[in-house]
Design a protein. Structure first.
Length: 344
């Protein structure tokens, strides 16, 4: 309410000032005309015989007429009431400016080349005109977003078929975009991307996929066949068929000789490092076989289904048991040699 009253008061003051100027102009014009009439009457009353005086009066009359003509050609610029609005700002004042832009400068209204004037700055000022100034500003801002990483699978001939291992964890990248934002009277009206930059490249996630075929299952063991001599000796004779024979002591059948060790591969290289490649070694230090199992590790991995102790099993059986250990703990069961051979 107070703002409306102030606006009406300013308009009233401007109208009073305009009326005062009009009255002053009219008074000046009337005074000028009366002076001219008085001068003309005095000239008519002067003696006709005074030739020199007549010439002087004629010159004075001519000068007065010239002044009146000049006065009639003067444009009287009267102040006009103008109201300026900009957002929540509003102000009314009187101005004698010819254009909107000149009126704003006379009224000390701040604006720049980006601002929007309505009506335009070169529009002639009229009394009671309302001028709207929209503040146009631009600013720069940035936004960031993640760049997703790819997952890459690679084949690993040292990893059992069907198993996978994460070789390297992936990491997302980062992309930054620069924007130019335009606001009109504080409200966003435009947003434009001016630059895009990848400040951090993504890192692929790498997964090893096993391609190594599983070790062949050992063939079932067969009891040793008795020799012909043992069979004949165990058969009851005709003379002793009627009486029971005394119990005969039997010896366990000899175990088949171990299969030959693998000629190459990671396990053979590991055995060379651990035991010098001797798959049946037992030095009495608590570790057995080519891969130097402890008795507890051998039993925990199920090796006792092949032989009570590792050095009593074939190289293939030792390798099959070692695969069980590696599946549960990796090459860390053989820390020194696996590091030396670059297996981990």
């Amino acid at each position: 309410m107070a703002r409306v009253m102030k606006g009406r008061l300013a308009k009233l003051i401007a109208q009073v000032a305009t009326l005062a100027l009009v009255i002053v102009g009219l008074v000046a014009l009337v005074s000028t005309q009366r002076g001219a009439e008085a001068t003309a009457s005095a000239d008519d009353a002067a003696p006709a015989s005074a030739t020199g005086a007549d010439d002087a009066d004629a010159g004075s009359l001519g000068s007065t007429v010239l002044n009146l003509e000049r006065a009639s050609q003067v444009d009287v610029v009267l102040p006009k009431a103008v109201t300026v609005k900009s957002g929540t700002f509003e102000r009314a004042f009187a101005t004698g400016a010819a254009t909107v832009e000149q009126a704003l400068r006379q009224g000390k209204v701040d604006f720049d080349g980006n601002d929007r004037l309505s009506p335009a700055g070169d529009t002639p000022v009229t009394s009671g005109m309302t001028v709207t100034v929209q503040r146009v500003d631009t600013a720069t801002t940035t936004t960031a977003k993640a760049v997703p990483f790819e997952t890459v699978k690679v084949q690993d001939e040292d990893l059992a078929r069907g198993r996978t291992e994460v070789v390297a964890e992936g990491r997302a990248g980062k992309q930054v975009t620069t924007w130019t934002v335009t606001t009109v009277d504080g409200k966003v009206t435009g947003r434009k991307a001016t630059a895009t930059e990848t400040v951090r490249e993504p890192v692929d996630r790498r997964i090893a996929v096993g391609t190594k075929a599983p070790a062949p299952k050992p063939a079932p063991r067969q009891a040793a066949q008795p020799t012909r001599t043992e069979a004949a000796a165990s058969a009851p004779s005709s003379s002793s068929a009627a009486r029971p024979s005394a119990p005969r002591e039997t010896t366990p059948a000899p175990r088949p000789e171990q299969a030959s060790a693998p000629a190459s591969g990671a396990w053979q290289a590991l055995a060379e490092c651990e035991s010098g490649g001797n798959w049946s070694i037992n030095t009495g230090n608590g570790y057995y076989g080519g891969l130097q199992f402890s008795a507890s590790s051998w039993a925990g991995a199920g090796g006792t289904r092949y032989a009570p102790l590792p050095h009593q099993a074939t190289p293939a059986e030792q390798i099959a048991t070692a695969e069980v250990l590696r599946a549960n703990g990796g090459w860390g069961h053989w820390p020194a040699c696996s590091s030396k051979l670059g297996l981990r």
